[in-house]
Design a protein around this ligand. Structure first.
Ligand code: SAM
Length: 210
């Protein structure tokens, strides 16, 4: 398989063509080998325009959705980012190229362990994988310049809003089943929140205490 050609085609035909234009995001999407993050039997589909199963009833998101959510975080390179829902580690690998430090939380222990090993093996050394319930965030490293949630909740957990720095961006799918909306929340001075809607999405549910 010519993965670099597949990757270039993915960026051109699935991502740029749909309006993602942040040059750093496009570069990261061109660099991270998506085939490393899908199950062995599915590598031929790694660059297809849809999500794929990764075991434990979970999925690696569609490439375009990864790029769109990443662009909405507006990363410049100096940020500390929190991801909720490590899954395959692909989104975390993209973030690692764009931010200073990435903390990613996964509730399924088997996935957290496997992905921690994978990210280390491939040199994504600024990513820390934590096994835990992301609905509580990760207070030890707060505040975060950017937070990305890759599973859908009815509403955004309070802890995540609290752990967002002033000026920070939080991107998350909110809603149930086919009725989810991708939201971006920007925390302004005095903890004022600006909320924007960025279209319909379909994610697996966020499962946790909060
Ligand atoms: N970002 C992932 C990737 O790049 O492969 C895709 C994530 S998948 C769509 C959603 C993930 O969120 C699943 O692995 C699921 O186990 C995890 N998840 C669901 N609820 C969670 C919670 N409360 N805390 C942490 N992870 C959670």
């Amino acid at each position: 398989m010519n993965y670099s050609k597949l990757r270039e085609d993915m960026v051109k035909h699935q991502i740029e063509s749909r309006g993602v234009s942040d040059k750093r995001v496009l570069k990261a999407m061109r660099e991270v080998p998506r085939e490393l993050f899908v199950p062995e039997g599915l590598v031929v589909e790694a660059y297809n325009d849809h999500p794929l199963p990764i075991g434990h009833g979970q999925t690696i998101s569609q490439p375009y959705i990864v790029a769109e959510m990443t662009e909405l975080l507006e990363l410049k390179g100096s940020e500390k980012v929190l991801e909720i829902g490590t899954g395959s580690g692909y989104q975390a690998a993209i973030l690692s190229k764009l931010a200073k430090k990435v903390i990613t939380l996964e509730r399924i222990e088997g996935l957290a362990k496997k992905t921690r090993v994978l990210l280390k093996k491939h040199g994504y050394n600024n990513v820390t994988v934590i096994h835990g319930d992301g609905t509580k965030g990760y207070g030890k490293e707060a505040p975060y310049d950017a937070i990305i949630v890759t599973a859908a909740a009815d509403k955004i957990p309070k802890a995540l809003i609290e752990q967002l720095a002033e000026g920070g961006r939080l991107v998350a799918p909110v809603g149930k089943g086919y009725g989810q909306e991708l939201l971006r929340i920007i925390k302004r001075e005095g903890d004022k929140l600006d909320t924007e809607e960025h279209g319909g999405v379909i994610f697996v549910p966020l499962i946790g205490d909060e």
